[in-house]
Write a protein that binds this ligand. Structure first.
Ligand code: AMP
Length: 533
């Protein structure tokens, strides 16, 4: 027997249709890098997105062709999301903080045909252009000086077009993650996975969005779809406020003027906002909810926000999980807890939202599910309709079977009430201010120095960036090299912001039974290591 309900593909175009129909005049505010402020509305975004659909078709773009953006958060970037996806293309948000080898790799791997970029990235585009043979059309979001401007490009069209029709399982958006060793990997979101994640994310126990909400996602649009905030704002008709730079004074001024209620950012951003206010004896703007994720949110920040009456939503997720999986929303027993217990709860990574499943398995061979006892740490695995099944262009044997769990590379304890507590990582990476540094690539670069016998790199706590690299080096017998000489040697081999903050010299490094450097032991040895701010 068939069910009796209508056929309704869960397509991203239905989101913008809804926003433009039911919340037509609700504003989208942009503060541009040059200080200029512009306003449009959900109806305006839809009209411009339809003009972009026409412009893409005029260029000969076909469904599933890749359209890349290299841009900060602004309304034209938002138009390009609905426009590229509405034309049936796959939107690829390129992270401008990647270094040249990664930028080279991902654009060629994605086979992007169009690149739409901010004028601020013109030097990067100039530099990379010879290495990006697949890109046929360059368009600039905010200037007509070096390439056709976005406004002129879509300005020739009248918006009298239809969205590309198709299946809800069609791909819609491509985000690369460099959160592992080797080349970055592409995560290909579908229309369906995006809509389901959006519907879940708007819930009161997740982002708590509603038509009165005024949302400022500081999380960049090139990082896991700005955590899904643009989609969730369209679904609820929230006002959307974006800023093309992350300077605390500008962000706080904008929050105050626009009546921002919901803000999303990595802990480093929260720290800089709080430090700015505290240094001036100034109150935080009256925001209602602070969403934080990407790395662990320190208790001191949580306490400061809660004392200002802000609801703290500490979330855990990954690019591979769309991204939100768990969030520290208030449990039924919340009001019975004292303030300190509430802060402690919010410092954990929260409980799964409906649609997300998490479990911890033994670290040795992942064959045994561990008890939710709040004590036993294991490899964190997840599954659900917005969790990755295969990376973009992965070999057929790398596709997970039905119902299989995805290995996150994080190590966690699960408490009896289902609360997740991240304790470590098995992946060899360091997360600095929300961006990844590959410890293996750093070690390989260090090993190239003639006086280095062995090098191990770990992340250590840093008060501003959460983690920074510490390089541990064994010198070759009878050879000398100083920390400064090593940093100078590395400076043209890795991105500047990857340079280790400190180098320590040891007689030997700890090894595992299979002869690999034991990062676990190194982390334990340097657990109390303190870097200067
Ligand atoms: P990305 O794919 O770049 O968003 O990075 C995902 C990774 O960031 C996770 O696998 C974790 O290692 C880390 N992460 C994300 N959220 C948190 C959190 N709330 N606490 C600690 N680590 C986090």
């Amino acid at each position: 027997m068939l069910g009796g309900m209508q056929d309704w593909e869960l397509r991203i175009s239905t989101l913008i249709d809804h926003a433009a129909r039911e919340h037509a005049g609700r504003e989208i505010v942009t503060r541009w890098a040059d200080g200029n402020e512009t306003r449009t509305s959900w109806a305006g975004i839809r009209h411009d997105a339809l003009r972009m659909v026409q412009a893409l078709r005029r260029l000969g773009l076909r469904p599933q062709d890749r359209v890349a953006t290299l841009a900060m958060n602004h309304s034209c970037h938002l138009v390009s999301w609905f426009g590229a996806i509405g034309a049936g293309c796959i939107l690829h948000t390129v992270n401008p903080r990647l270094f040249d080898e990664q930028l080279d790799y991902i654009v060629n791997h994605a086979e992007d045909r169009v690149l739409i970029y901010d004028a601020a990235f013109q030097p990067l585009v100039e530099r990379m252009r010879p290495r990006w043979p697949t890109i046929e059309h360059y368009i600039c979001f905010d200037s007509a000086e070096c390439a056709p401007s976005f406004e002129d490009w879509i300005g020739r069209e009248d918006g009298d077009a239809q969205w590309e029709e198709g299946s809800e399982r069609d791909p819609a958006m491509l985000c690369y993650t460099s959160g592992t060793t080797g080349n970055p990997k592409g995560v290909l979101y579908e229309h369906r996975s995006t809509i389901l994640h959006t519907m879940a994310a708007c819930q009161p126990a997740v982002l708590a969005l509603e038509p009165r909400s005024v949302v400022m996602p500081i999380a960049p649009m090139f990082h896991a779809a700005s955590w899904g905030m643009p989609w969730a704002c369209a679904a609820t008709g929230a006002k959307y406020v974006c800023c093309a730079n992350n300077d605390p004074a500008t962000l706080l001024g904008l929050m105050e003027r626009e009546g921002v209620s919901h803000v999303a950012g990595v802990p480093t951003v929260w720290l800089s906002l709080i430090q700015y206010c505290d240094a001036r004896g100034q109150d935080l703007p009256p925001i209602r909810q602070a969403l934080a994720g990407g790395s662990a949110l320190p208790a001191a920040i949580i306490e400061r926000l809660m004392r200002s009456g802000v609801r703290v939503a500490h979330a855990w997720g990954m690019t591979e999980t769309s991204p939100i999986m768990t969030i520290a929303y208030e449990p039924a027993v919340w009001d019975a807890r004292d303030f300190d217990a509430q802060v402690r709860f919010k410092a954990l990574q929260g409980r799964p939202q409906f649609g997300a499943e998490v479990r911890a398995v033994d670290l040795d061979d992942h064959s045994r599910e561990l008890p939710r006892d709040g004590k036993t740490a294991g490899a964190l695995q997840v599954r659900g309709p917005w969790v990755i099944k295969r990376y973009f262009k992965a070999e057929a044997d790398a596709v997970q079977a039905e119902g299989q769990w995805f290995d996150t590379g994080d190590v966690a304890v699960i408490h009896p009430d289902g609360t997740l507590q991240l304790t470590d990582r098995t992946k060899d990476v360091i997360k600095s201010g929300g961006e990844w540094i590959s410890s293996v690539d750093l070690e390989n670069a260090a090993i190239g120095h003639p006086a280095v016998a062995e090098a191990g790199c770990i992340g250590v706590y840093h008060p501003k960036w959460d983690e920074r690299p510490l390089l541990l080096v064994v010198r070759k017998p009878g050879m000398e090299v100083s920390a400064e000489e090593l940093r100078a040697y590395l400076s043209d081999k890795i991105a500047k912001w990857w340079l280790p903050d400190a180098v320590e010299f040891l007689d030997e490094l700890p090894h595992t039974a299979t002869g690999k450097i034991s990062k676990k032991d190194l982390r334990a040895m340097f657990a109390d290591y303190r870097l200067e701010a």
